[in-house]
Design a protein around this ligand. Structure first.
Ligand SMILES: Cc1cc2nc3c(=O)[nH]c(=O)nc-3n(C[C@H](O)[C@H](O)[C@H](O)COP(=O)(O)OP(=O)(O)OC[C@H]3O[C@@H](n4cnc5c(N)ncnc54)[C@H](O)[C@@H]3O)c2cc1C
Length: 286
């Protein structure tokens, strides 16, 4: 007989971890699934300056989480989920595997892989998706900002507060910035190149020397994972407790939208776990 868990948590990042940790302390049965424990984003952070009591790079942060994980007995199951089917219980599929849970917490982050050649290879070595997190690392440097929508223009302005030069590549017409050190390019960005770190952005008009490349975009496809799930600008629409339009389905972390920060993701993971617990209580599941 297949086991039905109280809650299935999808996403190995800090939002998913925080949800699993909270469910564990609430004595709920849970299954924590994800492609990678703690997630690539956390592991590749150059320096974490905005999470309480954490200093150092993402790998050091992950070591702290790992120790806590072992202490608390939190179990992670590697799996790439390809379907979440609402019902009572929910069915979650991961390749050949089929899991069953009375509630689900979606903590799948935002898709950071983009269309620039070399982008993933330089993640954490000059490629960033978060102006607020990494902008200060580029004080007086020259950076490229790939601005995928007008809504991200203010992040390029933010970067201009640190960098000497910001080369903006905007995928929308008539891009304008108020900072005088932002120069708008009409060429197409093609690839990120360098050695140990980013050294240049290759464009349709040739290479440009840069110290970093920021990809300012949001492309989470949670609605594709779970039919009927309401999203807004690609982010799952949630109430403050993480509940979504689907009863028993909760969301936490980057998947619910900006700001993309560890502390926000961890907080939301905890809130979603409490909300799932209350939901199960309301259904008389203990
Ligand atoms: C290089 C870099 C540096 C950063 N530095 C900082 C910083 O210093 N401070 C800060 O606050 N924030 C920083 N951020 C942002 C921070 O990483 C994110 O806000 C945070 O990781 C969000 O956590 P999350 O758990 O919501 O999502 P993620 O960390 O993205 O985790 C989601 C996980 O779910 C997995 N997943 C997705 N779909 C599926 C699926 N279908 N099945 C199974 N698993 C799936 C993903 O592969 C991923 O492992 C940085 C980001 C990057 C990229």
């Amino acid at each position: 007989m297949q086991k039905t868990y109280d809650v299935i948590v999808i996403g190995g990042g800090i939002a998913g971890y925080s949800a699993a940790l909270t469910l564990n302390s609430l004595k709920r049965s849970y299954l924590w699934l994800g492609t990678e424990r703690f997630g690539r984003k956390l592991l590749s952070a150059e320096y974490v300056r905005n999470y309480p009591a954490v200093t150092g790079n993402g790998a050091a942060f992950a070591r702290l989480l790992e120790a806590q994980c072992a202490r608390e007995g939190i179990v992670f199951t590697p799996a790439r989920v390809n379907g979440v089917y609402a019902g009572d219980p929910f069915t979650v599929t991961a390749g050949e595997q089929v899991y069953s849970g009375r509630a689900v917490i979606l903590a799948t982050g935002v898709e950071s892989a983009g269309s620039l050649k070399g982008e993933e290879a330089f993640l954490g070595r000059g490629v960033s998706y978060c102006a607020v997190c990494d902008g200060a690392l580029y004080r007086n440097k020259t950076i490229a900002a790939i601005v995928v929508g007008e809504e991200f223009a203010q992040e390029a302005e933010y970067l201009a507060g640190f960098a000497a030069n910001v080369y903006a590549f905007c995928s929308y017409p008539n891009a304008r910035f108020s900072a005088s050190n932002i120069r708008v390019f009409s060429q197409r960005p093609l690839a990120v190149e360098g050695g140990m770190r980013v050294e240049r952005l290759v464009t349709s008009a040739g290479p440009l020397a840069v110290d970093g490349v920021f990809l300012l975009k949001s492309s989470a496809p949670p609605a594709a994972l779970c039919g009927g799930l309401e999203t807004e600008n690609g982010a799952v629409r949630t109430a403050r407790d993480g509940s979504t339009n689907l009863a028993g389905l909760f969301a936490a972390g980057d998947v619910t939208g900006r700001p993309y920060q560890y502390v926000k993701a961890a907080g939301e993971g905890c809130m979603a776990a409490y909300a799932a617990h209350a939901y199960l209580q309301s259904k008389s599941c203990k």
